[in-house]
Design a protein around this ligand. Structure first.
Ligand SMILES: CC(C)(COP(=O)(O)OP(=O)(O)OC[C@H]1O[C@@H](n2cnc3c(N)ncnc32)[C@H](O)[C@@H]1OP(=O)(O)O)[C@@H](O)C(=O)NCCC(=O)NCCS
Length: 135
């Protein structure tokens, strides 16, 4: 069985998180091979939920939140060996529970476009993105 908990991102083992990103396939779309930048992502998130099974890191939800109005869910990743068992849903629920007054906002990866409508998200037709300046 697995268990979700709120953790302090600054205390996570960045290599362990990188291994999870690879095991989930999210590493294909995140700069896990740029060690300094990936460490910045893990350390800079201020709402991080992990899922562990027998100590093994099997899932993560990495968000930025003000705690009361908006939460940006930057990364959701579940180890492929543990997908479709409710881990993703539980990580999102724990993210919501940590800041219940906040709306949860995200950009879906291509592989997950069909996922979010199934777990309660609605598509927003006026979302806008200014792409990062570099990298
Ligand atoms: C997307 C992801 C986080 C889902 O996690 P998960 O733990 O497998 O999802 P859950 O088990 O909570 O699934 C909840 C429901 O959505 C369905 N579902 C899961 N993945 C889906 C997908 N890619 N497309 C459509 N439906 C999906 C499940 O069958 C389940 O349905 P049910 O409630 O009827 O049984 C996981 O597949 C993943 O890590 N993917 C690779 C990384 C990625 O793309 N992350 C998203 C970045 S935005």
């Amino acid at each position: 069985m697995w268990k979700c908990e709120v953790v302090d991102g600054t205390e996570l083992d960045v290599e362990e998180v990188a291994a999870l990103y690879r095991a989930s396939t999210l590493a294909e779309r995140r700069p896990v091979e740029d060690g300094a930048r990936f460490a910045g992502m893990v350390r800079g998130a201020n709402l991080v939920i992990t899922a562990r099974a027998a100590g093994q890191l099997i899932g993560i939800a990495r968000s930025l939140t003000d705690g009361v109005y908006a939460t940006y869910l930057s990364d959701l990743a579940v180890d492929q060996a543990f997908q479709r068992q409710g881990v993703g849903r539980a990580l999102i629920q724990a993210t919501r529970d940590a800041a219940p007054q906040a709306s949860l906002v995200l950009l879906a990866a291509p592989a997950a476009v069909g996922y979010y409508p199934r777990i309660g998200f609605t598509q927003h037709n006026s979302a806008w993105v200014m792409e990062r300046a570099a990298g």
